[in-house]
Ligand binder design. Structure first.
Ligand SMILES: C[S@@+](CC[C@H](N)C(=O)[O-])C[C@H]1O[C@@H](n2cnc3c(N)ncnc32)[C@H](O)[C@@H]1O
Length: 305
């Protein structure tokens, strides 16, 4: 079963929590953290400012209207601040910055990869996934696809598959749609919630969830797993790649650092204390493997029974 990390707040964490509760101070902390990340990107050769400038120059209203599902009700947990953006994932700044931010954050995973850390993270997940899936899936759902980084990576390893990217953010999906047009790739982008997708039962051979679960309260993860079981055909697969609470890095991380992380990842403690293996089994999957694919990430592959 998944290792459960001790999250009891020590003195430093309690102090940080108090500081972060003071809005102007928390805004300064967020601004500083953001600026550090942008500076780091530039050092790594990731042209954060230029990428954002190029995307900001477009008129997105048509893409947005096309992709947005006006009937969709957002779950409450989603309507909070994530990654230092006050309105979380529902804004253009977050959408324009998702790709350079992923490259910057993942550059640190291995000491020798630099900006290639992000593609390596995806590759190490796919290496495990493909060893456990004997027949190439024909219909794939990328759950929480964001601006499409995980979707395009899946399409590269399964070029014959029909791929759908699902996300709650119409801003992210607008950028994803634009990216796929630029690459001449045909992907079906859907604005919806992973806990109630509306797809017909048994539609998919594989549902892949890349870096979503750490952004969810436990109740949402359980609902999403149940929904995945409903829409993945019997004998089909579930792949999950996310932070590994059992890794030495997180086990040794001081609680106050976790508290700081929590200021940008509000459900991190719920994620760290979830027994995800049991939750996957309870949803009706057989777990085939849980294995580290980076010093701080793990891959889970399960089969629908
Ligand atoms: C950290 S991003 C990962 C994006 C992408 N998979 C990647 O690898 O770059 C998590 C994504 O999950 C989406 N998300 C969060 N909760 C969701 C939900 N309940 N249903 C669908 N998407 C969700 C967010 O909008 C965000 O785009």
């Amino acid at each position: 079963m998944t290792a459960v990390v001790n999250n009891s707040p020590d003195l430093a964490s309690r102090m940080i929590n108090r500081i972060l509760a003071i809005k102007p101070l928390s805004n300064i902390a967020k601004h500083q953290a953001r600026q550090m990340m942008i500076n780091r990107a530039q050092t790594l050769g990731i042209d954060w400012n230029q990428q954002v400038k190029d995307l900001s120059a477009r008129n997105w209203s048509e893409d947005f209207q096309r992709i947005r599902n006006p009937q969709l009700t957002y779950p409450d947990y989603y309507l909070t601040s994530f990654h230092a953006y006050d309105d979380g994932n529902l804004n253009w700044q977050a959408a324009f910055e998702q790709e350079p931010a992923a490259y910057t954050v993942h550059a640190k995973i291995w000491h020798d990869t630099g900006a290639k850390g992000d593609p390596k993270l995806r590759q190490t997940y796919h290496d495990i996934l493909t060893t456990k899936i004997s027949t190439a899936p024909r219909k794939i759902l990328d759950v929480g696809c964001g601006v499409g980084l995980s979707t395009f990576a899946l399409q590269k390893i399964y070029p014959q598959a029909e791929i759908t990217g699902l996300d709650l953010s119409p801003h992210f999906l607008s950028v994803a749609q634009y990216n796929s047009r630029k690459r001449h790739q045909s992907i079906n982008w859907v604005h919806g919630a992973a806990e109630s997708t509306g797809f017909t039962p048994g539609t998919f051979d594989l549902a892949s969830i890349f870096l979503l679960c750490h952004e969810l309260p436990q109740s949402a993860t359980r609902q999403i797993l149940a929904e995945m079981r409903r829409i993945v055909r019997p004998g089909g697969y579930l792949g999950i790649m996310d932070m590994n609470p059992g890794s030495e890095i997180y086990k040794k991380m001081p609680t106050y650092v976790k508290t700081l992380l929590k200021s940008t990842e509000p459900y991190l403690d719920e994620y760290f204390s979830l027994d995800i293996e049991q939750a996957i089994i309870n949803a009706g999957f057989k777990v085939l493997i849980i294995a580290p694919n980076s010093p701080r990430h793990r891959t889970i592959v399960a089969e629908a029974v």
